[in-house]
Design a protein around this ligand. Structure first.
Ligand code: 15L
Length: 277
């Protein structure tokens, strides 16, 4: 049966805020969790996944039909901080899910798990696939400790499927913001409305085992293959192209000989933005 009560971790974050506005219209009842109180949501659970005791974590996941796991550091940081927030936090959440019999997780992976993959197109090297769309089974090439933690999360999801039968859809999210704000984002933009469509598909598709999908809208300038996402029933409706003319006029087309722009992860590969907290 379709999941109804869903735990949303990272509910106070950027993506969490967008999704907690959009997902209820699909009929979900959301239980919100974050390490910070969620504004305007006095019932939200305030819990740090990396330090909470196992009883508190079990109570947080108890009785939910599925978990959408967005919590964690979403930019580059020190290895120690990434280790705690993203690696230990994700492990602790899966352990609680296993102990409480939660059957489905949607994991917010990231394009930065494969960030050092050359952007498809002229000048990126035939050995790396030329102009073909990047498949989900491309070797992982994290561009940061942050991307490394997402790569770990995908492996953890695979392990918990193989060993414990917990299903996960790992979504390698591109850039989910109301509008694309760079030329790179034209290729990987996930409109918030398509983000909600994709999460809904990931929650309701049957027999996903551990499935890896890219998370973007149906962008004209797409770099990656959305086949596995569409196989879940995801039908993107948005395309970044209407934003292209203005962004290209301002910044120019991407230059694959510029190390800042040559890879999927963009400037994360060269000068990653740092987590401010
Ligand atoms: C990410 O993984 C970040 O969490 C997000 O803030 C964006 O920077 C995005 O990647 C991106 O690559 O644009």
């Amino acid at each position: 049966s379709a999941p109804r009560t869903v735990l949303l971790t990272g509910a106070a974050g950027g993506l969490g805020t967008l999704m907690r506005e959009l997902l209820p219209s699909y009929g979900y009842r959301l239980r919100l969790l974050d390490m910070r109180p969620v504004e305007g949501e006095p019932d939200s659970l305030v819990l740090d996944l990396s330090t909470a005791d196992s009883e508190a974590l079990r109570a947080a996941v108890r009785g939910v039909d599925a978990i959408i796991h967005l919590a964690g550091i979403s930019l580059e940081s020190t290895f120690e901080k990434i280790l705690a927030a993203n690696i230990q936090g994700t492990y602790a959440l899966y352990e609680a899910a296993r102990a409480e019999g939660v059957r489905r997780v949607v994991f917010a992976s990231s394009n930065h798990a494969v960030g050092f993959t050359p952007v498809p197109g002229i000048g990126t090297g035939a050995a790396d696939g030329g102009g073909a769309l990047i498949p989900v089974h491309t070797p992982r090439r994290p561009d940061t400790f942050y991307g490394l933690s997402k790569s770990f999360g995908e492996d953890l999801a695979q392990l918990y499927w193989d060993l414990h039968g917990i299903e996960t859809v790992s979504v390698r999210i591109g850039s989910c913001f109301p509008e694309p704000t760079s030329v790179r984002m034209l290729s990987i933009w996930l409109s918030p409305a398509d983000g909600a469509r994709l999460l809904h598909a990931a929650l309701t598709a049957e027999d996903v085992g551990h499935t890896v999908v890219y998370g973007s809208s149906a962008n004209t300038r797409l770099w990656w293959d959305l086949t596995s996402a569409r196989a879940l029933g995801y039908e993107p409706r948005d395309d970044s192209e209407p934003f292209a003319a203005k962004l290209v006029a301002e910044h120019g087309e991407l230059d694959p000989t510029d190390p800042d722009q040559a890879h999927l992860g963009g400037h994360f590969c060269t000068r990653p933005p740092r987590w401010p907290h």
